[in-house]
Design a protein around this ligand. Structure first.
Ligand code: NAP
Ligand code: GDD
Length: 375
């Protein structure tokens, strides 16, 4: 058996980091992950891996670190000698970036530079993946967006990530580093952070249906996103680093949907049909109908329990969605829709999970959690 490849992942405790780790371990890699010290546990998404004695310290090694600490990154590179680096660490919340713009730049922009420079300094022969984003397109200059679409970021997050993007291109050209930008459109899963809109919706819908929450307050319901399924996007990251030449790639589904459509489908999966009333800040999602024939297939087993819960807590005409201006952003990205044909042609990458299936996967997972844990 050949020597295992070594990967170093920043942001291993995040949504993508956890799926990428599983994927790489399955491929036979040894994975080193950088975790931050935190006052409470932040390893929930990878606990199933590192509490497994067959994996911990044989296939998976965790190191304290932070992309704001140059000497830490240098030491970790020298200690781990990775064949591939996946730089997923970021202050990744767009709305929060308006509150902490300097910190966002420190982590998302300069953090990327620190890593690239550490590679240059150590002279390590390694491949580098940068978590770039469709937020670079921001106020979109053409539809759909691909690798040639001009950027126009609309948040401190987008602006920080644009620096990350260009410094990767620059180090690739200046120092011949194997470095790629994955320009990934939104990708979601049951492991998505709870403050991103999709997961906020599926958690809330599950709780509303079970009587733990009365309604959900959301911001811009008209925003359109190209939402895909995170594990498939993590495989795409790896594919980019297996090519002969480093290039930048868009990963996207090519479909776009509004936040409102996401809400509709999440409720529908739990047997609740909504009607939208009013406009702008006064818009509300109201229960129009409750119909257990709409229930997701995976919920058939809990049907009796479900009936009891839903009939008890949800009634026709209940207001279950409200708009709260506090969730609006100072500048919004209204529409994203990606064209991933380059990834398909060069990498053979293609998204499999369709929008409705994605909503159902997330809704089902949150409903099961709420039923089991009661919150
Ligand atoms: P996420 O769930 O928010 O995870 C972010 C990760 O970065 C966490 O592990 C976090 O650690 C870590 N981190 C934050 N600041 C750090 C620092 N200073 N030093 C070291 N680690 C730090 O994000 P995600 O959804 O998995 O996304 C992964 C990457 O892809 C991010 O760079 C994001 O900007 C980018 N991206 C995401 C999407 C998407 O739709 N998900 C699309 C395009 C690009 P803690 O757990 O300790 O907070
Ligand atoms: N978070 C959030 N919370 N967003 C809301 C809400 C709400 O209550 N109500 C409406 N939205 C709208 C936002 O205004 C935005 O237009 C859309 O829902 C999606 O918001 P998020 O889920 O927070 O994601 P994002 O698109 O801003 O950013 C995500 O995707 C980027 C790729 O395009 C993040 O994962 C970024 O890290 C990533 O780069």
């Amino acid at each position: 058996m050949g020597k295992s490849k070594i990967a170093l992942i920043t942001g291993i405790t995040g949504q993508d980091g956890s799926y990428l780790t599983e994927f790489l371990i399955n491929k036979g890699y040894v994975v080193h992950g950088i975790i931050r010290r935190s006052s409470s546990f932040n390893t929930g998404r990878i606990d199933h891996l590192y509490t497994n004695p067959e994996i911990l310290n044989t296939k998976l090694f965790l190191h304290y670190g932070d992309v704001t600490d140059t000497s830490n990154l240098n030491r970790l590179l020298e200690k781990t000698h990775p064949d591939e680096i996946y730089n997923l660490a970021a202050q990744s919340h767009v709305k929060v970036s308006f509150e902490v713009p300097e910190y966002t730049a420190e982590v998302d922009a300069i953090g990327t530079l620190r890593f690239l420079d550490a590679i240059r300094e150590t002279g390590l022969k390694t491949k580098f993946y940068q978590a770039s984003t469709s937020e670079l397109f921001g106020k979109v200059q053409s539809i759909p967006q691909n690798e040639n679409t001009p950027f126009y970021p609309r948040s401190p997050y987008g602006v920080a990530k644009i620096y990350g993007y260009w410094i990767v291109v620059n180090y690739r050209e200046a120092y011949n580093l194997f470095a790629c930008n994955g320009i990934l459109f939104n990708h979601e899963s049951p492991r998505r952070g709870e403050t991103f809109v999709t997961r906020k919706i599926t958690r809330a819908v599950a709780k509303i249906v079970c009587g733990y929450q009365k309604n959900i307050k959301l911001g811009n319901l008209n925003a359109k996103r190209d939402w895909g399924y995170a594990p498939e996007y993590c495989e795409g990251m790896w594919m980019m680093l297996q090519q002969n030449y480093p290039e930048d790639y868009v990963l996207a589904t090519g479909e776009t949907h509004t936040v409102r459509e996401f809400v509709d489908l999440a409720f529908k999966g739990l047997g609740v049909e909504l009607e939208w009333q009013g406009e702008k800040e006064r818009e509300k999602g109201v229960v129009k109908n409750i119909d257990d024939s709409l229930l997701l297939e995976g919920l058939i087993n809990v049907k009796p329990l479900y009936k009891e819960l839903v009939l008890k807590y949800i009634k026709k005409n209940n207001v279950v969605v409200e708009v709260d201006k506090n969730y609006y952003r100072p500048t919004e990205v209204d529409l994203l829709i990606g064209d991933a044909s380059k990834a398909y042609n060069n990498l053979g990458w293609k998204p499999k999970t369709k929008f409705e299936e994605l909503v159902n996967i997330m809704t089902l997972a949150d409903f099961e959690k709420v039923i089991k844990r009661g919150y």
